[in-house]
Write a protein that binds this ligand. Structure first.
Ligand code: ITT
Length: 203
């Protein structure tokens, strides 16, 4: 089966490829680039699932017949900020804020927040659309806390300031194997992989 990933974020594509190959999912994951790139969409839903659906529907228009489309909408929800930046994570510091700017803004917002009150979670919602048009949703959450300063060079986005529960280091320091085994995207993709394996006739 062929799945086109409705994202312009190359890091997400790489994470899905790795997670699917580790889960032995016999699906070919294609980049949106292979069919002319991810169309411009306004991610104006109030929920991650709603935005994932907007992205998946947009790419479906360009996908070859018989192909499946998958979109990921994800973000960081910080307890002390009432769940922000949430669905605004990518554009927290401006139109499509650069990762470093978003992270710097987050650290400023939490500059007076003490240890013990810096809890946060990453959330990932996936929307998979079948060739016949039916929609399937999967999600995953990873709890942790926000560090006082960035560390590590791996991953993307807020990874340098996110310390997952049970680990002493940031996602950017832990490396992709550990990140994928704990992360919001890893959990959502594992649920998706389980679903795909039930579709024996198409695999
Ligand atoms: P697409 O919409 O094209 O998929 P995007 O990066 O804009 O790419 P989102 O709208 O889902 O994706 O925004 C997700 C943002 O949340 C992302 O830009 C990061 O800032 C943050 N984020 C999500 N998952 C993350 C992860 O695994 N590690 C670090 N930051 C993450």
């Amino acid at each position: 089966m062929d799945i086109y990933l409705a994202t312009g974020n190359a890091h997400k594509l790489e994470e899905f490829k790795t997670i699917f190959s580790q889960a032995n999912v016999a699906a070919n994951i294609h980049s949106a680039k292979a069919i002319g790139g991810m169309p411009e969409v306004e991610e104006n839903a109030e929920t991650f699932a709603g935005n994932a659906r907007i992205k998946a529907r947009a790419l479906l228009q360009k996908a070859p017949e018989g192909a499946w489309v998958l979109a990921d909408d994800s973000g960081l929800q910080v307890d002390a900020l009432n769940g922000e930046p949430g669905v605004h994570s990518a554009r927290y510091a401006g139109a499509h804020g650069r990762d470093g700017d978003n992270t710097a803004k987050l650290l400023r917002a939490l500059s007076q927040t003490p240890d013990g009150e810096r809890g946060a979670q990453f959330a990932c919602h996936l929307c998979l659309i079948a060739p016949a048009g039916e929609e399937h949703f999967f999600n995953g959450v990873c709890r942790g806390h926000i560090a006082h300063s960035p560390s590590g060079n791996g991953g993307f986005g807020y990874d340098p300031v996110f310390i997952p529960n049970g680990h002493p280091r940031s996602f950017a320091e832990l490396g992709e194997t550990i990140k994928n085994s704990l992360s919001h995207r890893g959990k959502a993709a594992t649920a998706l992989a389980r679903f795909l394996k039930t579709l024996k006739s198409t695999l």
